[in-house]
Design a protein. Sequence first.
Length: 231
Amino acid sequence: MRAFRSMSAAAILLCGLSAASLSIDTLRAHEAGSSLSLERIWAIPPDAGHGKTLYQLHCRPCHGSHGWGDGPRAIPALAGQREKYLIAQLVHFAEGRRSGQGMHDTMQQPDLNWPQAIRDLAAFLSTAPRSPGPEYSGDPDLSVGRRLYKAACKDCHGPSAEGTAAGVPALGGQQYRYLTEQLDNFSAEHRDAANPRLPPAVAMASLSTRDVEDIANYLAHLSYLTADNAQ
Ligand code: HEC
Ligand code: HEC
């Protein structure tokens, strides 16, 4: 019964999705006109050492000394995440287009709310060593999550959920509770900066709570954010 339900969900997802229809260009278009535009920030030469200093000063209390997040508090791992994705999210927080406990206030601080700081934080975090042990749900059966992921998510997020250099986020090795919260946010269209026409929002609308838990558990078990720490 459960397998049947999950397969139906996957079939529904596949009907509505086209991997080719989405790229970071969608986000770029969304950001045109912003003083913190992705293009402008990306063009700045990064100083990862400065990013590390800023990280230790402002981010460590929540995201942890290694950027590995905090499972019970649903705080995401950042170490090894895709660089362009990190830049885009920091811009969204800074501009109040994505909400998140403490994130907007943090990014309002004068030494963080400018292009060089965002560039440097992303450069440091994307090359930092990945978390060796994210939180997961404890259900040993990963087969349903794996099947749903491969059917509905893999084309964009990659075979190992490693994301892409163009800015699709890595999901493998992310904290379980953070993933379920974000998937719920997408389904409720509460992820403020996320364009509701983006496929994640469409996809999540078709997933049951149990499907979301299964996918998140599978992802939390996958080996870690980006496979090679590349951009
Ligand atoms: C008060 C705690 C707190 C502080 C301080 C904090 N964060 Fe966060 N951060 C969070 C929470 C909670 C989330 C999840 C937000 C959500 O629910 O969408 C988050 C999300 C993020 C994300 C999005 C990750 C993703 O996968 O989409 C990035 C990037 C991020 N934080 C970077 C930083 C950086 C860089 C700093 C320091 C300059 C920082 N954060 C400081 C709590 C914090
Ligand atoms: C067509 C491409 C595409 C497909 C298919 C897709 N995603 Fe995504 N996903 C994205 C993009 C792009 C983002 C970044 C959105 C943003 O900037 O807020 C994203 C964001 C996410 C996030 C937030 C990551 C974070 O660190 O906060 C999660 C979780 C996620 N997707 C899970 C999934 C799952 C699970 C599926 C399959 C059921 C899926 N996605 C299908 C492109 C896709």
